[in-house]
Design a binder for this molecule. Structure first.
Ligand code: HEM
Length: 380
């Protein structure tokens, strides 16, 4: 089986039909012809992600849909594709920077960023594309705050990060510019430290490690949060509810599961049995989070979006095990603040086109809307 990606027309929030009703572990043919596995239950996913006999090393993993395995090991600092103990050292240093204090200090900044963009939208008047006007700038500017990017560079940073995620944008050029920019930023922070994450790590890590870490945080935190914001708004508007209570953000993360093309994945370092199947050394296991997070064994009535679901946090939208999302508290804060501010500031917010005309990112690694035309104010 190749990875099914086609969603049923008119059901943009449900996993592709071809993924439903599969056994916990199915054979999957990867892009390069490798025969590996697809895990589709929460128990199988935990068994893989929680077991050190499965590796996150990129040069060992085959890719589900497009491309070949990486031709070499991770660059210094690229801890996302490292295993313990290499991963552990970086992860500890980073966890020490993602403190409750730093996250709390960021919240008023997120509120300010959201308010400024809503003011601009209100001033320009409806209609607007919510992706470019709101969902993309928020995570981009929050990462500026986290990394200590000076205010005068925000426009450059936002323009370049926007290119990274725009279909047909200059992604490669933008990545080159942003990596060069991060290199300069690291050198500046070493000379003149501030109260930011990079400055907090200069004593422990080399410039190369820090530059790669800054790029990872940008890539991991930007497109994910932006897509969750815009797709979350689409889902809420379709469900006719805009009340964002305590559990709502996790329920949206569960129900929408935007990492959808067999990510994350792991390579077996030895033969391991998972859900009654023998995964042989060298085989890659891809995970389908959209189906895993609709697992009936974990969630009652899993296909229903219930914003007050008490156990929504049992989802695996942020992964599981040693690589579990480092930025999850920040992502939750951005989503909670971003969604609440939007519905408060623009009453009567609604789609400006029929829902079936909203273009979806079926084949991008992060699922979402390509654009979301919205309008607001009194009807008629
Ligand atoms: C890891 C999802 C936002 C930083 C992960 C993983 C998932 C995930 C599934 C695990 C990958 C694996 O096991 O291979 C998400 C989602 C987000 C989000 C759905 C937003 C809605 C963020 C943000 C940041 C961030 C805002 C930081 C600014 C990271 C990092 C890792 C990671 C650094 C790698 C951790 C490690 O390897 O130890 N994320 N993420 N993420 N995420 Fe997130």
């Amino acid at each position: 089986m190749r990875l099914p990606i086609d969603r049923t027309p008119g059901c943009p929030f449900d996993p592709p039909a071809g993924l439903r009703d599969l056994p916990p572990m199915s054979r999957l043919e990867f892009a390069d012809g490798h025969l590996g596995w697809l895990a589709t239950t929460s128990a199988a996913a935990r068994a893989v992600l929680g077991d050190q006999r499965f590796s996150a090393r990129r040069e060992l993993k085959h890719l589900p849909l497009h491309g070949m395995p990486a031709d070499g090991p991770a660059a210094p600092g690229s801890f996302v594709s490292m295993d313990p103990p290499d991963h552990t050292r970086y992860r500890r240093l980073l966890t020490g920077q993602f403190t409750l204090r730093r996250m709390r200090l960021l919240e008023p900044r997120i509120e300010r960023i959201a308010a400024d963009h809503l003011d601009a939208m209100a001033q320009a008047g409806p209609p607007a594309d919510l992706v470019t006007a709101y969902a993309l700038p928020i995570p981009s500017l929050v990462i500026c705050e986290l990394l200590g990017v000076p205010y005068e560079d925000h426009d450059f940073f936002q323009e370049r990060t926007g290119q990274l995620v725009t279909p047909d944008g200059d992604g490669a050029g933008a990545m080159k510019d942003l990596t060069a920019y991060m290199g300069d930023l690291v050198a500046r922070k070493r000379k003149e430290p501030g109260d930011d994450l990079i400055s907090g790590l200069t004593g422990e890590l080399t410039d190369e490690e820090l530059t790669n870490i800054a790029v990872i945080l940008l890539v991991a935190g930007h497109e994910t949060t932006a897509n969750m914001l815009a797709l979350g708004v689409f889902a809420l508007l379709e469900h006719g509810t805009t009340h964002i209570g305590e559990e709502a953000v996790d329920e949206l993360l569960r129900w929408l599961s935007i990492l959808h093309l067999g990510a994350p994945s792991r390579a077996a370092l030895e033969d391991v049995e998972v859900a009654g199947e023998l995964v042989r050394k060298g085989e890659t296991v891809a995970l389908s989070l959209p189906v895993i997070n609709r697992d009936q064994a974990v969630f009652d009535d899993p296909d229903a979006l219930r914003l007050d679901r008490q156990d929504a946090r049992r989802h695996l939208a942020f992964g599981y095990g040693v690589h579990q999302c480092l930025g999850q508290q920040l992502a939750r804060a951005e989503l909670r603040i971003g969604l609440r501010a939007l519905f408060e500031r623009l009453p009567g917010l609604r789609l400006a086109v029929p829902a079936t005309e909203v273009p979806m990112k079926e084949d991008a690694s992060v699922y979402g809307v390509r654009c979301l035309p919205v309008t607001w104010g009194a009807i008629g």
